[in-house]
Design a protein around this ligand. Structure first.
Ligand code: FES
Length: 411
């Protein structure tokens, strides 16, 4: 798993300035990283593609979405289990460890489960008799189940902080950032909440993962885990703007869960942010209208899903079986139409409607999508806008919020 062929490499081969370099530890071995890296970016550059195993079949797991959505990149960081490597920024000396493995280093014997039960593992009938065998099996299964192991130390109780901005913007992507900048320029007090630690800037001060929007209580709740000790932050505001974007859905292909299979959208954003390039033969699989332009940008090949029989590999992607033969690949990027990330919008009480790719928020011409203790607004891809138009849409809805705020038409 460690030190195999890298998936990424720096485009610029000139040595980095000393103040931009840092070192993290993966499984006690040093890995070079760049100051703005996520843990995942540093690991992929070092050839670490698989970082855990699935619970039941013990299949190798590595990052997929690269945007904090799927949970396949979980690792143990500084003694705390289940941290998302793809949204966690590196820090000097950070200790990163794989999860859900049985032996440190070398092959994991539990991988045999996947081979032995290739067609099915029916745990309702497997080894239920005699009783003694069942007890042994239960003991083994319980020890293998669960995500990670307990933290090194009990977590300190989270501090709680209450905030009262004029506007809460949920999401710091294209539309959220554009909206937050426009709102701030108009003099409004704005809290722009973004869960990705690496994706901060002037619009977003700190990484806050929003986990709930509660209209009955009139609050938005977020957990801030990036500093010293967790902070539970609650926000009460006159306006809540949903800018949660969209996400690619998994393309149904055989072995689409192999480490090295990545969401094309997340991969393109990672490369744009880090300035890295792909370091191995890569194939983008998706409808030609999506896959071809992306493959051209990434310097990869493109294939339509119906040309692919299976993705091949043991611990990570090694090749693709197609209708015309086998082709080598170290990385597969799956491109699919993005589905609006509308879960929080639904929790907030917004109406959603199927738009062919997923459920987009229904809003009026200004961007309003609900009322209650606040006025609820939506902008960007969560409301069905394209990624290209998301920033413009964020600005447009922000202008409507400014007008509504000034007219005092709410609350
Ligand atoms: S949540 Fe990290 S790769 Fe999906």
């Amino acid at each position: 798993m460690f030190g195999a062929d890298p998936l990424l490499r720096a485009r610029d081969t000139a040595p980095l300035a000393a103040e931009r370099r840092l070192t993290i530890l993966y499984d006690d071995r040093p890995i070079a990283a760049t100051r703005d890296d996520t843990v995942t970016a540093a690991l992929l550059r070092a050839g670490v593609v698989a970082t855990s195993r699935s619970l039941k079949y013990r299949r190798p797991r590595g990052p997929f979405c690269l945007q904090g959505d799927c949970g396949t990149c979980l690792v143990r960081i500084d003694g705390v289990p289940n941290r998302r490597a793809c949204t966690t920024a590196v820090r000097e000396g950070m200790r990163v460890e794989p999860q859900n493995r049985v032996l440190s280093g070398g092959p994991d014997p539990t991988a045999l489960v996947d081979r032995m039960f290739a067609s099915n593992l029916d745990h309702h009938h497997f080894m239920v008799r005699p009783k003694l065998v069942n007890r042994v099996m239960q003991e083994v299964a319980r020890n293998l189940a669960g995500l990670g192991t307990l933290p090194d130390r009990p977590a300190a109780p989270a501090r709680c902080e209450e905030h009262h901005p004029d506007v809460v913007v949920i999401g710091g992507g294209r539309s959220g950032r554009a909206a937050a900048s426009r709102l701030r320029a108009a003099g409004l007090d704005v809290a722009c909440l973004e869960r990705r630690e690496h994706d901060l800037g002037t619009a977003v001060a700190h990484a806050h993962a929003v986990f709930g929007v509660y209209p009955a209580e009139g609050l938005v709740a977020a957990m801030d885990t990036a500093g010293d000790g967790d902070v539970l932050r609650t926000y009460r505001a006159a306006h809540v703007l949903l800018a949660t974007g969209a996400r690619e859905v998994m393309t149904p292909l055989r072995n689409n869960d192999l480490p090295g299979v990545l969401a094309a959208r997340g991969l393109a954003e990672l490369l744009a942010r880090t300035g890295d390039v792909l370091a191995c033969p890569t194939v983008v699989i998706g409808p030609p209208s999506l896959a071809r332009p992306l493959a051209a940008t990434l310097g990869a090949d493109a294939l339509a899903p119906d040309e692919v029989r299976a993705i091949l590999g043991g611990g990570r992607v090694e090749a693709i079986a197609t209708s015309s033969g086998k082709r080598e690949a170290g990385c597969v990027a799956l491109a699919s139409p993005a589905a609006p990330a509308s879960e929080l919008a639904r929790q907030a009480g917004a109406q959603v409607q199927w738009n062919g790719d997923g459920f987009a928020v229904v809003r009026d011409a200004d961007g309003r999508c609900g009322a209650g203790p606040w006025t609820l607004w939506a902008c960007g891809e969560v409301a069905g806008t394209t990624a290209q138009d998301a920033a413009d849409d964020g600005e447009r809805v922000a202008a409507a919020i400014v007008a509504a705020h000034r007219q005092g038409t709410i609350r």
